[in-house]
Design a protein around this ligand. Structure first.
Ligand code: 4AD
Ligand code: MG
Length: 462
């Protein structure tokens, strides 16, 4: 007979029902009554499905009673209402097929709880834990709702290149791409010559898809990119990765105000979507990772974001009684501690605008005061900067001046400059770091625990 294969989290079917479930054993407990309880998880939800395996099964003594955590199984049987507390259904097995055994001696995910730091040593297995499973489901939901939001708002999904010759952020924190054997070169005393390399010029992994995004916004009006970006910044912090995923909308005929509105409605949308569709996982984060998380996320959805200029923020910081590690004065780049103070001050998300031009990249639009640019950062409690964006400089002469000041070679950016020659328009956009959004939604303290395989200085094991 045919068995209907269901996810282990499917609990609200009409009962009883004959079903098949496939997954990995979390625990096995043999009862005195001659049967066993097997907790099976297939990653579709937080909870395990309890399988009751009767002693009459052909392979009961030979296999079922040897099952350990990590074994993969296919169970067929009758899904019934469970008399046990804490679960609505259980599966009365008619067969338990062992698909893959798991060596209990060497399997690292035993019953003992491991620290997140320890779990990072097993990036290939840690998604089998409750927390990492829940994180990855939330990450998935956020990614899907990001696409849905922009699609509904009329933005086209654009694939920008990973290998690029331009440095969008101008911070020089780029990973070089080369086919030349640098080790051999180092031994040979021959100078490194990029013109002999694959692309005939120095190329890097992209730090942002923005510049290429701007070209397409100048044709399709509204686009967004969503892909991996790379930063060779040697910062070992709980909110920086060398490889992270960034969402970057760019819209023609948008100014800074439009950009701020878009960012706010975007964040409200994706966080309310995750609250609705990952309710069980969010409850888990609220209970186990950060108490009050759900209410905090709700406040982002319900409260209008506060606005503050950089200058006002500096005033607030300098007049506060707080003692900061990095002293504050107009012109500094705000540090995590300052962002934390400001989000606490307004008790919620905050959009900071009009930063000094000296600390922001060449492409941001210079304001009338000539000292500031039309920049915006969105800060959220606990994480700090989650979004960075700006209105772009659409005036050819000002852009050229800014590039010159930044020491950029106009020849390298001829195509970007062309956009200001051929039907230039005011335009704006921003970048959201996906991992920071996942951190905010889940309350996970370390960014390394919200991406499947974290890349950080000295670490690319998997
Ligand atoms: O503020 P950033 O550097 O802005 C840009 O790259 C712009 N080109 C975006 C744009 O306007 N299209 O980065 C944007 C966001 C940050 O706010 C942060 O959330 C995230 O990307 N981010 C990082 N996330 C993890 N690890 C890092 N090293 C990150 N650097 C930036
Ligand atoms: Mg930034």
């Amino acid at each position: 007979m045919d068995w209907k294969t269901i996810d282990a989290c499917r609990r609200c079917e009409t009962l009883p029902q004959r079903v098949e479930v496939r997954g990995w054993v979390r625990t096995r407990r043999d009862s005195k009554g001659g049967f066993s309880f097997i907790e099976v998880n297939d990653g579709t939800c937080l909870g395990n499905l309890q399988v009751v395996a009767p002693g009459e099964l052909d392979n009961y003594a030979s296999e079922v009673q040897k099952l350990t955590a990590g074994c993969s199984v296919v169970v067929q049987g009758e899904l019934v209402e469970s008399p046990a507390k804490g679960q609505s259904t259980e599966l009365h097995a008619q067969s338990v097929r062992v698909i893959g055994w798991c060596d209990g001696e060497t399997y690292p995910l035993q019953k003992k709880r491991h620290s997140f730091e320890k779990l990072r040593e097993w990036s290939h297995l840690r998604a089998r834990t409750n927390t990492l499973g829940a994180v990855m489901r939330v990450r998935n939901r956020l990614s899907q709702s990001i696409h849905r939001f922009f699609d509904d708002a009329g933005f086209y999904y654009l694939h920008t290149p990973i290998v690029t010759a331009s440095d969008c952020e101008g911070a020089g924190e780029m990973f070089r791409v080369t086919t030349l054997d640098l080790e051999k070169l180092a031994g040979s005393n021959r100078p490194f010559d990029p013109s002999q390399d694959f692309f005939g010029k120095p190329t890097h992994l992209t730090v942002s898809g923005q510049l290429e995004g701007e070209t397409y916004a100048s044709a399709l009006s509204k686009i967004y990119t969503f892909g991996p970006t790379f930063r060779a910044e040697n910062s070992n912090t709980s909110r920086h990765l060398a490889e992270f995923w960034m969402v970057e909308p760019e819209a023609a005929f948008f100014d800074l105000r439009d950009n701020m509105k878009l960012a706010e409605s975007f964040l409200k949308h994706i966080f309310s979507d995750v609250l609705e569709h990952c309710a069980e996982d969010m409850e888990f984060f609220d209970q186990r990772i950060e108490k009050g998380k759900i209410d905090q996320v709700k406040s982002v959805i319900e409260k209008p974001f506060e606005h503050m200029t950089y200058t006002e923020a500096v005033d607030r910081l300098t007049s506060s009684k707080e003692s900061f590690e990095y002293p504050v004065k107009w012109g500094i780049d705000l540090q995590a501690e300052h962002e934390k103070y400001l989000t606490q001050l307004v008790d919620g998300p905050l959009i900071l605008t009009d930063y000094p031009s000296t600390i922001k990249p060449f492409y941001m639009r210079v304001s009338d005061d000539e000292k500031t640019v039309a920049a915006m950062d969105v800060l959220v409690p606990g994480v700090g900067e989650i979004i960075g964006g700006s209105q772009r400089e659409e005036r050819l002469d000002v852009l050229l001046r800014r590039m010159n000041e930044a020491g950029l070679d106009e020849k390298e950016y001829w195509w970007y400059i062309d956009l200001r020659r051929f039907g230039s328009v005011p335009h704006a956009g921003f970048g959201l770091g996906l991992e920071r959004a996942v951190q905010y939604a889940t309350g996970m303290t370390n960014i390394r625990d919200v991406i499947p395989f974290p890349r950080t200085p000295g670490n690319a094991e998997f």
